[in-house]
Design a protein around this ligand. Structure first.
Ligand SMILES: [Zn+2]
Length: 323
């Protein structure tokens, strides 16, 4: 799900986000070190996808918890090679499809005149692989254990539809390897003209991250999942002007830009590839256990890291939000 840029929304107290909840079927890859199954070849029962609603605030809905699904190994599945970066391989793109529900909608005209969809989607997918899977960009201290392989959606279909909120990503009912990104035509129509290409590209990048990130079989905090998506957006210089790092979040997993800036702090503190390793670990863990997760990853509990992070932010006159 993408968080809207408030400057782009006319008024509204009732803009509703249909919350992203793709993580459970993203995690269909086994976490066993001896069974690495290319996700696209793995039949998984259709996930119970529960589109929730979330307000257009900084409060993401928690990611629905999913049950671990035993993954059968199809006969033709070949184990993915371990400890092999994908930076030198040509990136295999899924089939990219584009569906405009209403060509007469102003948002359709804005979209079609602002961006070249094939280029934006392709570049975004490349950026996601670079930031979340390209071990060559990791610092030397973080490359030794990396054996992360992205989910491989077979098809990604971008729908431009007149829906509430901004955008969300889900899986096809019939095929979990078929991802669907639904992007609101009304939201697109509301973007200030000077920001249309930047904002559309940023939202698409955020949603595409959801097609390629891991989520500990759906057990990772929704705020972390949304934070990683916005961290990639941040790293790609696609942050909207409304994002402010100085807005101290109440919790580390508040999600979206609040968590994205925290993750960026971790990336700078522990070295390039730290967020990549967060995602990698989310690909290995069947169940997200917060204390163990972060302690194993960077040697400290996340709450302590968050306190350290807040110390780096400018102090504000008001004590609110600094709890
Ligand atoms: Zn999202």
């Amino acid at each position: 799900m993408s968080q809207s840029d408030p400057s782009n929304i006319p008024s509204s107290t009732d803009n509703i986000h249909i919350h992203l909840a793709i993580s459970q079927d993203q995690d269909r890859k086994s976490t066993s070190s001896t069974m690495t199954v290319p996700p696209e070849t793995t039949p998984v029962p259709p996930s119970v996808f529960t589109p929730g609603t979330s307000p257009r605030t900084d409060e993401p809905k928690p990611t629905p918890t999913s049950t671990a699904i035993p993954i059968p190994i199809p006969p033709t599945a070949k184990p993915a090679p371990e400890n092999e970066g994908n930076s030198t391989k040509p990136l295999a793109l899924p089939r990219l499809r584009f569906h405009v529900e209403d060509l007469t909608h102003t948002g359709s005209a804005v979209f079609l005149s602002s961006v070249q969809a094939p280029a934006v989607l392709t570049t975004s997918i490349e950026s996601i692989h670079k930031h979340l899977y390209d071990i060559s960009l990791s610092s030397p201290t973080t490359t030794t254990t990396i054996s992360s392989h992205p989910p491989k959606p077979r098809v990604i279909t971008l729908f431009l539809r007149d829906i509430p909120g901004v955008a969300y990503t889900t899986s096809s009912d019939l095929d979990p390897a078929h991802k669907e990104i639904h992007f609101s035509l009304s939201y697109i129509a509301s973007i200030a003209s000077s920001r249309q290409a930047h904002e559309i590209t940023g939202v698409l990048l955020h949603e595409l991250v959801h097609c390629y990130q891991w989520a500990a079989q759906g057990s990772a905090p929704g705020g972390l999942i949304e934070g990683i998506a916005d961290w990639v957006r941040l790293r790609c210089d696609l942050a909207p002007p409304t994002w402010k790092q100085d807005n101290v979040p109440e919790k580390w997993d508040v999600g979206y830009s609040g968590t994205a800036y925290f993750l960026d702090y971790l990336e700078r503190r522990f070295g390039d590839g730290t967020v990549l390793r967060v995602n990698e670990k989310l690909g290995k863990e069947k169940t997200y256990k917060e204390k163990a997760f972060w302690t194993e990853l960077v040697g400290r509990p996340v709450e302590q890291l968050f306190e350290d992070y807040k110390e780096t932010l400018p102090k504000k006159g008001e004590d609110e939000g600094k709890k």
